[in-house]
Design a protein around this ligand. Sequence first.
Ligand code: SF4
Length: 488
Amino acid sequence: MSDKILLTADRTLTSDYHHNEFIGFGACAPPNVIPDWLYKWLFFPPIKTKDGIPVAAPYGLRKIEAQLLNEGFDVLTVDPDHLGKYIDEAKILGIHVMDPFGIGPASSTFAAILKKEPFLAQYFHILMNKPEIRKAKRRGLKIIVGGPGVWQFKYRPEFVKEHGIDCIIAGEAEKVVGKIFRAALNDDDPPQYYEVPIKETPSLEEIPEIVAPSINNLIEIGRGCCRGCKFCSVTLRPLRWYPYEKILREIDVTMRNKGGVCLHAEDVMLYGSKNTIPNDEKLLKLHELVVKKCDGMGWSHCSLATVAAKPKLFSKIAEIILQKQPWWGAEIGIETGSPKLAEKIMPAKAHPFKPEEWPEVVRSGMGLMHDNKLIPACTLIVGVPEETEEDLIKTIELMDDLKDVRSLIVPLFFVPMGRLKNEDWFKEAEVNELHQELLIKCLKHDLYWIDNLIDLSFSGKWYKYLLKPFYRLFVEIIRYKVKKAGIK
Ligand code: SF4
């Protein structure tokens, strides 16, 4: 057996989602109103491969690949359906996970409502049960798992044992993967669960640059968040922003696959800043540099507070981005419409505004996004332990104020994470009338805007005539089901 290391991720993570990162969220849902094969084709089709090697891979996996290559390991990133071609030569299989058991906030909410296992959990199981992996395991293959979803393995110890997972790495792993993979290659048992301590968090210089394209050209521009919301697992590690040159070099690598890029940070508006106030000069320069290089761009996340705090800066950024595209998207956390609850669970989310100003920050930020063609995919948290009826009423009122804002708003059942990790899960049995009212408001809001969003998503795309009718049909079936359920 050689010392080869294979890296992979399940099908729901190894897809380009028809070049739209947000379509990928469809993998959080369980089987539903259309056949599974059609759903897979619409929401997470297999990515192109050459000899079983995917043309792009999840960004986090690319970082680990780069780190291992830098340390001299023999590494290959392989599509999950082509592992059989390479696995006989491998001594270690590294697997990247996001939500392996479907118990993350979005998937567990859909699972509770539709009472079935989400696709992303199904496909993780399909990967782990592949006969070629089982066979390789029997002859001594080591399995090491990493990625943002590893916390879920603590709830599934039997699965870890049954599938022979040798090591689970939690946290930013660049500084530790070398020693862990080396131990595994030398047949020294790696630790079963390795939580990367703060002192092993990589500095900017220690974060390697990717060497092959990432899915949908997602490129990290920085790490960390200083807002410290209680329910969030992003730690309070310091903000680290990559210098322009590092970002541009990674764009050069990923743009081998052409298309636009997706800038990734917990709040893209804070690029280059030391606190919660955007740095005009750095943010503008970053966008000017990126727009020159790429056919377009999107953001992974941004906060309502930074947009509301700097409306002129936000409009200038929008002007730069809209030179090459009609709209762009980002994931946004609204979480609640209640100032009291905001103060309890996310006191710095509104900063530089006060927590009691949160609903106004949301209204103003969302209005600016609508006017400047940023389409937000927003989340609300339902069932936080400290939530009261008054909090829910405030959130319902906020939904009324947002009805004219082009957006998707998704309510998510509370999942114990971050500093609330010892609290209880919110269960569907606890859904009361106010929760129901809120869920229905969100559903109606999304069904109202979805046609517009589908049109915008496909505008200017050559394949719009092929794909668009299927998404429309999917939405029409949901509308029919909603009507049949008596929801008006
Ligand atoms: S929820 Fe967002 S703003 Fe709050 S700590 Fe997490 S990443 Fe930061």
